[in-house]
Each structure stands twice: as structure tokens, then as C-alpha cells.
Design a protein around this ligand. Structure first.
Ligand code: AMP
Length: 219
């Protein structure tokens, strides 16, 4: 299964990616996670990237394209992948097309999660995740079944993203509506586009995604 997940920050891309990963046994290629890991490791990604991310703006296309191109060559992508957070601009979308063509990969679906702006802000401000497996939680909307213990892996430590704050959200939403939303018509024309109401309950969103995917991939 080869998928792209689209949607504004807080739409639930990461949450849905986790369920899809388990279902199809494929990796989640989250460019945000990759950048955060690189920044934390103090590796090739420099201070400028950290500053851009903390301000809620987009990291330059060239770097992002290289990051994904390298990642797609790894063996765990052979059976499929979920692109979460890439592409985010027209340039990235075109570069992705070229990468897929070169590797003879055909996408099974481009899933776009739609959400209300107000709800997204509420979701982002209270969210945190398991520092071991990355499972997402929220202070009020989705707490672990046993307080302080991750439902997914039993780990007891959690982390909050630095850019999940009220000040940065506006910039992140603007980046989405100005730079990412314009690629939606491009994917709509591909015949692989699946729009799902991201305001539904988590499992309802998941079921809506797999229902369409499984119909589409039967043919
Ligand atoms: P995310 O975890 O997907 O919300 O990404 C966090 C931040 O990483 C974004 O606000 C951007 O600064 C940066 N980022 C992640 N993916 C991309 C991308 N494909 N293009 C540009 N910047 C990105």
C-alpha cells in the first residue's frame, strides 16, 4: 500500500498513519518526525531548519525532496509507505512524481483529511505523544487508558512538540492553506484522491479511509 496523507496540522495525519502502519505493515514517512530527529541529533540539518520549524514556516523544498528521496530507497519501503507531511508544496509534489516514476511506484491513494480550523487549534494546543512509539494523545480529547502509560507500548514518558503552541499554529495553518492546499486539485485529477471527514471519531476516520482504499485496490 502506497499512500499520501494530506491535511492541515492537527487533522490527525499522524494518528491515522499509526493505524495504517499496523494494518498494512508499512512505514510512516513523517518528514516532521525526520526533521525533529535530525535536529535533536544535531546532525546535518542545521540551526536554520530548527528556527524555521519553530516559527511554523516550511523548510526549503530542496532539502525536503532529498530527505524523502533518500528515505524511499530504504528496504522497508519496498512493500509500501505512508507519506505523512510530504509533499507540502507544488514543487515537492512534482518532485515526488518524478521519484515515483523513476522507481516504477504507483500510488494507491492520496488521502485528504478535512477539519474545522477551530477544532484543529484545540487539538494542537493539547496534544502530546509517547516518546517511545510516537502514539498521539491529547490532554482532554484522547488520554491514555491508564493515566501515564502509553496504550501502544506501555512506555511511561511522553513529549510535547515545541511548535504545538498557540503562537506558531497560525503560521503553520497559513503555510498549509497557502502552500499545501493548492496541490489538492493536482491530486484530485489523479483519480487516487480520497477525501475523508477528519472531524469524525478516530476509528471512524480510519474505517472510512480503509473502506475506500480496499475498494480501489481490488480492481
Ligand atoms: P509536521 O510534523 O508534519 O507538522 O512538520 C513540522 C514542521 O516541519 C513543519 O511546520 C515544517 O516546518 C517542517 N516540515 C515538515 N515537512 C515538511 C515539508 N514537506 N516541507 C517543508 N517543511 C516541512
Amino acid at each position: 500500500m502506497k499512500l499520501i496523507l494530506l491535511g492541515p496540522p492537527g487533522a490527525g495525519k499522524g494518528t491515522q498513519a499509526h493505524y495504517l502502519m499496523d494494518r498494512y505493515n508499512i512505514p510512516q514517512l513523517s518528514t516532521g518526525d525526520m526533521l525533529r530527529a535530525a535536529v535533536n541529533a544535531g546532525s546535518a540539518v542545521d540551526k536554520e531548519v530548527k528556527t524555521i520549524m519553530e516559527s511554523g514556516n516550511l523548510v526549503p523544498d530542496k532539502l525536503m525532496i532529498k530527505l524523502i528521496s533518500t528515505r524511499l530507497n530504504e528496504p522497508d519501503c519496498e512493500n509500501g509507505f505512508i507519506l505523512d507531511g510530504f509533499p507540502r508544496t507544488e514543487e515537492q509534489a512534482h518532485a515526488l512524481d518524478a521519484m515515483l516514476l523513476e522507481r516504477k511506484i504507483i500510488l494507491d491513494g492520496v488521502v485528504s483529511l478535512t477539519v474545522d480550523k477551530e477544532a484543529v487549534i484545540k487539538r494542537i494546543v493539547g496534544r502530546y505523544s509517547c516518546s517511545a512509539c510516537g502514539m498521539g494523545y491529547h490532554d482532554t480529547l484522547k488520554t491514555p487508558k491508564v493515566p501515564g502509560i502509553c496504550d501502544g507500548c506501555g512506555n511511561e514518558s511522553f513529549t510535547r512538540r515545541k511548535d504545538d503552541n498557540a503562537d506558531t499554529i497560525t503560521a503553520r495553518l497559513n503555510a498549509y492553506f497557502e502552500k499545501t492546499a493548492p496541490i489538492i486539485p493536482y491530486y484530485k485529477k489523479s483519480g487516487k484522491f480520497i477525501e475523508v471527514d477528519g472531524m469524525q471519531k478516530i476509528m471512524d476516520v480510519h474505517n472510512a479511509i480503509i473502506k475506500v482504499l480496499e475498494i480501489n485496490t481490488k480492481h
